[in-house]
Write a protein that binds this ligand. Structure first.
Ligand code: SF4
Length: 244
């Protein structure tokens, strides 16, 4: 999105781009990876443009402070993470990183917590190991969109302290636009398009037989993990008004 392209034009173009991918690949196993690659590339390219002139970020991938907050992701992002866990669980287990057990524990402990409750318990995302995200390259848009200018105040705020912390408005804005465009395209295609709490959704995706196939057929196997305050009716009306 260049400086002279409006947010609504970007949203419509991005939605159409996701729709083209869905139409071309709906029955192919790589649909999830292609949609996520499109979302992550679109985020990176546009945030680079929109953040020109902002101060340097304090986030360089080595801080886990915000990985104790609730993460809301779309179904393709959840299924991509689930595939990563399935493929790598045995290799991680050899290093005593028991990912499947961690994800089940996380679901039991934090899967149903609100954003405020989650901040109070300070329970780390099950994908954190040694302070690093095991799935950093495929982390959801929500994780990419949280970018701070000052580490100390960001860490304090993530721990629930009442401090001002400056975050990148460009990252938040582009994350929202790309995530909304992806959801609008999923909705247009009749696919489940809500937002899901990552720990619970991952557990469901890894446990439910044929969860990905169910999702591709138009059902919502991740429904148990839906973020309750994300109102599908309201969001759908906003997408309609935006002319997607
Ligand atoms: S997916 Fe990775 S970046 Fe996102 S909260 Fe979990 S550990 Fe942190």
């Amino acid at each position: 999105m260049s400086a002279d392209v409006s947010s609504s034009d970007f949203f419509r173009a991005a939605t159409n781009g996701f729709s083209e991918t869905i139409n071309a690949c709906r029955t192919r196993p790589e649909l999830v990876a292609l949609l996520c690659a499109q979302a992550f590339d679109g985020f990176a390219q546009n945030v680079a443009i929109q953040s020109q002139g902002e101060p340097a970020l304090a986030c360089h991938g080595e801080c886990e402070a915000c990985c104790r907050l609730r993460v809301a992701a779309t179904a393709p992002e959840i299924f991509l993470l689930a595939r990563f866990v399935s493929v790598n669980a045995a290799a991680f287990a050899e290093r005593d990183v028991m990912l499947l057990e961690r994800i089940a524990d996380a679901d039991r402990t934090i899967g149903g917590l609100s954003e405020e409750q989650r901040m109070l318990v300070q329970y780390a995302c099950p994908l954190i190991e040694g302070g690093l995200c095991l799935a950093y390259k495929i982390r959801p848009l929500a994780c990419r969109g949280h970018a701070a200018f000052d580490k100390a105040s960001c860490v304090a705020a993530a721990r629930g302290k009442d401090v001002e912390t400056a975050v990148s408005a460009a990252h938040l804005m582009v994350r929202g636009l790309v995530q909304n465009a992806l959801m609008a395209a999923l909705r247009r295609a009749g696919l489940a398009w809500g937002l899901y709490e990552v720990s619970r959704a991952l557990h469901v995706a890894l446990s439910a037989p044929n969860a990905l196939e169910q999702w591709i057929s138009g059902r919502d196997p991740l429904a148990l993990a839906r973020i309750p305050e994300f109102d599908l009716v309201e969001a759908g009306a906003i997408f309609d008004a935006a002319g997607e």
